[in-house]
Design a protein around this ligand. Structure first.
Ligand SMILES: Nc1ncnc2c1ncn2[C@@H]1O[C@H](COP(=O)(O)OP(=O)(O)OP(=O)(O)O)[C@@H](O)[C@H]1O
Length: 247
């Protein structure tokens, strides 16, 4: 799949959100996409999926089957989880959703109306509908946000499987959930420009600084992520604690 000089703006007089994105995606690629809030990550993902058309430039050779797990799964539909997934399966030519629902531990949710789901549970429904048809292109927008630990841990393996079948996987992710995957490509959106680089390693050992100098940083993150974040930092040897926001 190729993006050739892809630019995009939402309305005629708006500034470009994506400018001259030029890249190639190969079967088996797993790509992590990062960038500041509002940098254009979701827009780029919607262009990749085909939900938006480039204002100028072209996207060619998109795989035939595309799975898309949006950052906010739309729950305003009057279905239970099972009814929705059955419907999605029919649309996908009878794709098997049950093994995915089991793998993402959704058994207890199947009878729940979509509108009653928590954000994380709704996101799982979005993941199942994206995965069920064995996509040749799997796009996941911030899939690690709001998911329980078991599902987060399952996602790298799922991405690897899809890529192993020759699929392309693109994941926007602030949390480094895919770091450590061999061959992971890294894209970042900076001021509307798509930059390619190596993913920064998440694990940086405190021992690498031999000067003994110390520094304290403030990190802002969703409250629900705090226990896992603190545990991870401590595991890596950093002194980490919650501080009160003083405004
Ligand atoms: N439907 C829309 N109409 C007009 N402008 C939009 C629309 N959706 C997004 N934008 C604008 O496009 C820019 C990029 O938004 P986008 O959602 O792609 O960024 P993002 O990197 O995914 O942000 P975040 O990390 O906050 O999710 C922003 O300035 C945003 O305000």
């Amino acid at each position: 799949m190729r993006l050739s000089k892809v630019s995009f703006r939402y309305r005629r007089r708006d500034p470009l959100v994506i400018e001259d994105a030029d890249t190639h995606l190969a079967p088996g690629d797993v790509i992590e996409l990062t960038g500041a809030n509002g940098a254009g990550k979701s827009t780029l993902l919607r262009l990749l999926v085909g939900l938006a058309e480039p204002t100028t430039g072209t996207i060619t050779d998109r795989p035939r089957v595309v799975g898309f797990a949006p950052d906010r799964f739309p729950t305003g539909q009057p279905f239970t989880v099972t009814a929705y997934l059955r419907h999605a399966s029919r649309v996908r030519g009878g794709a098997r959703w049950e093994p995915w629902a089991e793998r993402l531990t959704m058994g207890h949710l199947l009878g729940t109306p979509l509108g009653d789901l928590s954000k994380g549970s709704a996101h799982k429904v979005g993941l199942v509908q994206a995965l069920m048809a064995e996509p040749g292109l799997l796009i996941m927008d911030e899939p690690f946000a709001g998911l329980d630990a078991d599902t987060r841990e399952a996602l790298p393996a799922i991405a690897t499987e899809v890529a192993g079948r020759g699929g392309i996987v693109v994941v926007s992710d602030h949390q480094g959930g895919l770091r450590g995957l061999p061959g992971l490509r890294h894209w970042s959106m900076v001021d509307g420009h798509l930059k390619e680089g190596t993913a920064a390693p998440v694990v940086s050992s405190p021992e690498t600084d031999t000067t003994g100098a110390e520094t304290t940083v403030a990190v802002t993150l969703p409250a629900g992520d705090l226990p896992r974040f603190l545990a991870r930092m401590r595991e890596e040897g950093y002194r980490a604690r919650e501080i009160e926001e003083t405004g």
